[in-house]
Design a protein. Structure first.
Lengths: 153, 668
């Protein structure tokens, strides 16, 4: 093999090895960090394993938002109009968090069947419903238009 | 009547673009001087008509013409004038018009600042850009006409601009980001023109470099502005969220960064030719991907526009045709691009290659993390999301590796560098930066932190290596000052951008390691401590803005018992939509930010709130500013200007090897 060919081969092997390591690490990191999304009905039916970190989405059930007076704890119920899941969150809710609004929460179920949210997301654009919330409502057969004043698109 | 003129002007721009997309490129093939020379005036025409269009849309906003649907949906008679004007890019239709207008602006600049290049080449570049802009204007007219009217009964008042957008950041972030984004279309067009002509020598790389540098610099600034805005507007103290819409600009930026480095090797040494072209295509694809993700409504994100699926398909079609066509052309022409391979295993070429591999792998993993949920949903129907830990796990080690190599790169010579020389030069630098990494964080914070040590060591590594390199380069001159003046703009540009990387690294690492936050409930007169600071809540009072009402809280911040500043976070409700909005109060400083977000009023007079102390957070954006300056300095290098004044020596050379069209450039 000519020297420059050998050098070229060396570089190609170097790149290929680097890439495979990168791909391996990436796949591993990806696998570790996937958050599944569940609808309240799926949660109620027990599809979620215990201790699993996941996302839940639905509407904030009207009349269920209860803020503690002496701390930042907030309790509310999210619903896909078939099943309800109680959620507890400690912190400041997003500006657009309102009753009847679609939200996505991230966290896990505790032993009492309350979803302990580490993050609550509400959309900034009030005309927009998150695809996840929409999917949750579609899955429950409840059309968003019948229930929600926010789904205008 | 006036909005119809805007739409008519858009149609005229489309007609000109169609001609621009065809005649000059055909002219370049048939060596038709007349057709080629039409490229410049046509570009100017497209610019003018799109300019008229966007000006008319702005006029409709300023005059509260709510019969125009887009205005009715994104403005309100109470909206302050500066936001009325900028509400032009407050929604999908108008922001796409801005995007298209930006492209025409770049086209005009190409038409003006390419006097030294052969007309044939310029005709192809502008022709390719013409193809793109034709697609964009068609898209606008077909699916997202900003001038559509509400007939027969226009609303009395508009729905108002999204309250999160009523902010200074909104005035500057979208235009800057778009300008940078779209700039990569120009680089793409240069690469395509080179492929079309079949002349894959170093000339196109040299012509392209200033454009790539400027686009890159503006994109850097645009992303940084977005990060800064998100930081102070969204109110959770973060500056980067790995949001699916933040990622495409980053992907574009990573490809763009790889590209400007690879262009250097292609221009100077004639290596990596096909790779450079591929990167130009990828960077451009990244920018289109961003448009697609934002406008197709496929993803949950703070950025997504309310949308309908036809738009997504249309953009996907544009993406498929342009990128697919480009890759096809690339495949046909690749055999023409023979790169020389005359370099050793320790050489600047290898370091640039490593830089490229790291950046491309980073871009690919960000791309994977962004698109995976979409693909997964398409295949299984299950909804998933990929959290920030994935991105951090991949991105941080890769960037650390990149910074290690970044300091060595400028030392290495082209073709071959002796390892002994590198060790001699870098050994002391390595020891010194390790020492600084251990000592500096200890002195500043009195505690050991691995993150801080690594960050300070890596940043010192870059800065010390840089100083040493400058000293070497000026050592043989009569005086240090003379030496410094003899170094080129592009050298200073490179070093400034690299310095920016060091500054940003410090910011990112120290903010992540030492930020503290606390969510509390306070009644007036109560205080809370965080770090070395005490925040005293003085009370809240109602306020009235032009288009909102709300409450403003007052805080006194004490350090060591002395009041250092007062902060006034607000909680607003916008009148037209009833949307609540929190306005952060920030006391910014070079070494720390103090930051309060107001929650809501609880029992009595007490309020919930989150208080943050964020050390070194400003350094993140300061680093980006250095990078931007670096990119612009490099583009301002004398040799590009010299090139313009003289009559195109490089193209003379190649015209020998090219049968046609070589003689025409003299007349341009």
């Amino acid at each position: 093999m000519k020297p420059h060919r050998r050098k070229k081969l060396g570089i190609i092997i170097f790149i290929a090895a680097g890439l495979s390591v990168a791909v391996g690490f990436t796949a591993f990191a990806l696998k570790q960090n996937i958050n599944m999304f569940y609808t309240p009905t799926q949660v109620a039916e027990g599809e979620v394993g215990s201790g699993q970190h996941f996302r839940i989405g639905g509407m904030v059930k009207t009349g269920t938002v209860l803020g503690a007076t002496d701390s930042l704890k907030v309790n509310f119920v999210t619903t896909d109009f078939i099943s309800d899941v109680p959620i507890q969150y400690e912190g400041i809710l997003p500006d657009l968090f309102r009753e009847g609004q679609g939200i996505v929460a991230e966290g896990e179920m505790d032993a009492n069947g309350v979803f302990q949210a580490s993050r609550v997301l509400a959309k900034h654009d009030e005309n927009f419903m998150s695809p996840e919330v929409k999917a949750a409502l579609d899955a429950s057969g409840a059309s968003a238009e019948n229930h929600s004043p926010v789904a205008t698109n | 009547m006036i909005p119809e003129i805007g739409q008519f002007s858009l149609i005229l721009a489309l007609c000109l673009s169609v001609i621009l997309a065809s005649l000059p490129i055909i002219g370049a093939y048939q060596n038709n001087f007349l057709w080629m020379s039409m490229a410049r005036p046509l570009s100017a025409g497209v610019f003018v008509f799109l300019g008229v269009s966007i000006a008319i849309l702005a006029y409709a906003f300023v005059t509260d013409d709510f019969s125009v649907k887009f205005v009715a949906e994104h403005s309100n008679s109470l909206l302050p004038d500066r936001y009325k004007l900028t509400a032009v890019w407050g929604g999908h239709e108008g922001s796409f018009l801005l995007w298209t207008f930006m492209l025409s602006g770049w086209m005009l600049s190409v038409a003006i600042f390419t006097k030294s290049m052969p007309l044939e080449f310029v005709a192809r570049v502008l022709g390719v850009l013409g193809v793109l802009i034709t697609g964009y204007i068609l898209f606008m007219l077909a699916t997202s006409n900003p001038f559509a009217r509400i007939v027969p009964l226009p609303p009395v008042d508009g729905a108002d601009l999204n309250s999160a957008l009523q902010d200074f950041g909104f005035i500057i972030h979208p235009p800057t980001l778009y300008m940078g984004y779209v700039g990569f279309s120009v680089v793409f067009a240069f690469a395509m023109a080179a492929l079309l002509s079949g002349k894959m020598d170093a000339a196109w790389a040299r012509w392209c470099r200033p454009w790539a540098n400027v686009s890159w610099a503006i994109l850097t600034l645009g992303i940084a502005l977005g990060s800064w805005w998100a930081y102070y507007e969204l109110g959770w103290g973060g500056w980067w969220a790995w949001d699916p819409v933040e990622n495409p600009p980053l992907i574009t930026w990573l490809f763009g960064t790889a590209l400007i480095h690879s262009l250097a090797a292609t221009e100077k040494r004639g290596v990596f030719k096909s790779w450079t072209v591929l990167l130009a295509i990828l960077a451009f694809a990244g920018s289109l991907l961003g448009t697609f993700i934002t406008r197709s409504g496929l993803l949950t994100s703070v950025h997504a526009f309310a949308s309908d699926p036809t738009r997504g398909f249309f953009i996907l079609a544009i993406l498929g045709i342009t990128v697919g066509g480009a890759l096809l052309l690339f495949a046909f022409r690749a055999p023409l691009m023979k790169s020389e391979f005359g370099f050793d295993l320790v050489s600047r070429e290898i370091l640039l290659l490593s830089n490229n591999i790291i950046l491309v792998v980073s871009a690919a993993s960000v791309f994977l993390g962004t698109m995976f949920p979409m693909v997964y949903q398409g295949l299984t129907g299950d909804l998933i999301s990929i959290g920030p830990p994935y991105f951090n796990a991949i991105f941080i080690p890769l960037m650390a590796l990149l910074t290690v190599l970044l300091a060595i790169g400028p030392y290495c010579r082209w073709k071959r560098t002796s390892v002994a020389f590198l060790v001699e030069q870098m050994g002391k630098v390595a020891l010194a930066s390790l020492a600084l990494g251990v000592v500096v964080p200890l002195i500043v914070t009195f505690e050991f932190s691995l993150v801080a040590t690594i960050a300070v060591a890596l940043a010192s590594w870059i800065v010390l290596a840089m100083l040493q390199d400058i000293r070497n380069k000026t050592a043989n001159k009569a005086s240090r000052l003379k030496g410094l003046r003899s170094l080129s703009f592009s050298y200073y540009g490179m070093q400034t951008a690299h310095l920016g990387m060091a500054v940003m690294l410090i910011g990112v690492a120290l903010t992540s390691a030492f930020s503290t936050e606390r969510s509390v409930l306070l009644a007036p007169g109560q205080d809370v401590g965080l770090g070395n600071y005490v925040f005293r809540f003085e009370g809240a009072a109602p306020i009235n803005g032009p288009n909102y009402v709300g409450e403003e809280a007052s805080f006194t911040v004490l350090k060591g018992g002395e009041a250092i500043t007062t902060l006034h976070p607000e909680r607003r409700v916008y009148l037209a939509t009833g949307t609540p909005s929190t306005e952060m109060a920030i006391d910014a400083g070079l070494f720390r930010d103090l930051f309060i977000t107001l929650g809501e009023q609880k029992e009595g007079e007490s309020w919930s709130m989150t208080i943050y102390v964020k050390p070194f957070v400003r350094w993140i954006w300061l680093g980006a500013i250095f990078m931007t300056l670096g990119g612009i300095l490099a583009a301002a290098d004398k040799r590009y200007r010299r090139l313009r004044r003289r009559h195109t020596e490089p193209s003379r050379e190649q015209s020998k090897s090219k049968p046609l069209g070589g003689e025409l450039q003299a007349s341009s």
